[in-house]
Structure formats: structure tokens, C-alpha cells
Design a protein around this ligand. Structure first.
Ligand SMILES: Nc1ncnc2c1ncn2[C@@H]1O[C@H](COP(=O)(O)OP(=O)(O)OP(=O)(O)O)[C@@H](O)[C@H]1O
Ligand SMILES: [Mg+2]
Length: 264
């Protein structure tokens, strides 16, 4: 059965879309049949970051009954499958969010579907979280984002959804200002499933309309995402981030994925 994972944050701009694109690419690279759906109908940045053709069919077409959901699946040149959202202002309507459930019921089989979401904790986000099996939160290592992440985690718990953990993004290994991953875990009382450093390769990859995992596979951020994907699958991934933290042999998430039949 296809497992839906939503990637969320109350605060905008912390790296949800970047994480969706790259986690999906890394999972695909590791042999997991993965689909991305751009569920941020007001700011469809997945669609923009991957430079999907303007005229292609979108999730909006499926939500409006103009196309079958499977006709909106697009294969990006790097190989990942994506359902884009419309960038036209005419196609934005909040009540579309209430139709995701029905439309996704007809979706072709994938191992994992990763849902990019709008920032905030209001109705659109809640409707996406409700149809997800699992949730990943993304935060930057500053107190404003982390406090918002606490609220996000509380919401997810109230909806009885399983939290895989938090991706700590834009971490600077060279300063003493950023909250350290260990302290983030204590503050959030939640697991940090990966640390992605501040990395200029991320912006360059957006410019190139490609995942950083594909465009700059040896960059620190690409390695970070590959490590997260490997952790989800219980695989070992040796990397060279400037950190003393060694990847764990088998993460707690491995056992969740094992139960899903995704971990080898
Ligand atoms: N690890 C990183 N290193 C450097 N820049 C990054 C990193 N991650 C994200 N960025 C930059 O931060 C900006 C916001 O990233 P992104 O669009 O992924 O965030 P978001 O949470 O999806 O935003 P929104 O809430 O608006 O949807 C982008 O310009 C992106 O290039
Ligand atoms: Mg986004």
C-alpha cells in the first residue's frame, strides 16, 4: 500500500520544498518508487524549483475533475516522478484542499508519496496531514523556527499521526549560534532525522531546476539528504559532513519502514 508522507512546518521558508525534492530523489536513487505531489496550491514551489513545463497537467486539473490524477504524473528529466500544481492565479481556491482525499484514492501505486505543503497550521495544512500516514517536520536551527516546530508537532500529535522526525536545515557547523541537533531533540522532544548544512549548492540546484542530490551529488547537502533516505530504509550511508556524529546503524525509523516492507 502506498504510504503518504507530508513534509510540514508552521514557519515559511525553512526548507520544506527543498527537502521534499531531495528526499524524494534520494529515496528514488536507493530504489524506492517515489512520487512527489505539490500540495502547496498558493505557492507551488516544487513545480517552480523543478522547472516543470508551464502547459503540463497539474494537481489542480485533478482536483477540479478535468483530468484523472494518473494523467497528471510528470517525469522530470532527472528521473523523479512529480505531480505539479498550477502556477496560474486563476486555479487557486482554498476548497480544493478538501478534494485531495477523494482524488488521491485513485492514484497509481507507489512505495512512497511525498507531499509538499504550504506553511502554517491552518485548514489546508490540516487536510493534507489528515490524509498522510507519516509526517516529517522541517526546521532551521533558530529559536523562532524551533518554537513554531513545537506547535507543529503538537498539531500532528493531536491528529494522531506518526511523526518520523525533524529535518534540521541550514545548519551552520562553523558557528556557535545555531541550536545543536542534540539540544533540538531535547527541546522538541522529537527525533532529528537529519542535519542539512547551509550550502550554496542548494540555491544553485534550484537555479538549474534540479534536485541538489542529482545536480551536485557530492555536495554536503546532497550527502545529508542521502543519509536521511538511507536512515529511513535502514541502510548505512557514509558521508563526509564536518561533524563527529556517525550515522546510526539502524534508526528507529528503520523499524517503521521495515514494517511497511520498504526497508531491506
Ligand atoms: N540547506 C540550504 N542551504 C542554503 N539555502 C537553502 C537551504 N535550504 C533551503 N535554502 C533556500 O531557502 C529558501 C527557502 O527554501 P524552500 O523553498 O525549500 O522553503 P519552504 O519551507 O518550502 O518555503 P515555503 O514555506 O515558502 O514553501 C530557498 O531560497 C532555498 O534555496
Ligand atoms: Mg515550499
Amino acid at each position: 500500500m502506498t504510504k503518504f508522507i507530508s513534509v510540514i512546518s508552521a514557519k515559511g521558508g525553512v526548507g520544506k520544498t527543498t527537502s521534499v525534492i531531495n528526499l524524494a530523489s534520494a529515496l528514488q536513487y536507493l530504489g524506492v518508487n517515489t512520487l512527489i505531489i505539490d500540495c502547496d496550491l498558493s505557492s507551488p514551489n516544487t513545480t517552480m524549483y523543478l522547472g516543470l513545463p508551464y502547459k503540463t497537467k497539474t494537481i489542480n486539473d485533478a482536483l477540479l475533475g478535468r483530468s484523472h490524477i494518473n494523467e497528471t504524473i510528470h517525469t522530470h528529466p532527472c528521473g523523479i516522478k512529480v505531480i505539479p500544481a498550477s502556477i496560474s492565479h486563476d486555479d487557486i481556491e482554498e476548497y480544493h484542499y478538501g478534494r485531495f482525499d477523494k482524488v488521491l484514492a485513485d492514484l497509481a501505486d507507489f512505495d512512497v508519496v511525498i507531499l509538499d505543503t504550504p506553511p502554517g497550521l491552518d485548514k489546508p495544512l490540516v487536510s493534507i496531514v489528515k490524509l498522510s500516514h507519516y509526517v516529517i517536520t522541517v526546521s532551521t536551527p533558530d529559536m523562532i523556527a524551533l518554537t513554531d516546530t513545537l506547535k507543529t508537532l503538537k498539531l500532528v500529535k493531536s491528529l494522531n499521526k506518526k511523526i518520523l522526525g525533524t529535518i534540521l536545515n541550514r545548519y551552520d557547523y562553523h558557528n556557535n549560534i545555531d541550536t545543536k541537533p542534540h539540544d533540538v531533540e531535547k527541546f522538541l522532544d522529537a527525533r532529528v532525522i537529519g542535519v542539512i548544512p547551509e550550502d550554496s549548492a542548494v540555491k544553485k540546484s534550484h537555479y538549474l531546476r534540479n534536485p541538489v542530490v542529482y545536480a551536485f551529488p557530492d555536495s554536503e547537502s546532497a550527502q545529508g539528504y542521502k543519509q536521511i533516505a538511507a536512515g529511513l530504509l535502514g541502510k548505512k550511508y557514509e558521508h563526509s559532513l564536518p561533524s563527529n556524529k556517525k550515522p546510526e546503524e539502524k534508526s528507529a525509523i528503520y523499524y517503521i519502514f521495515k514494517n511497511l516492507g520498504l526497508a531491506k
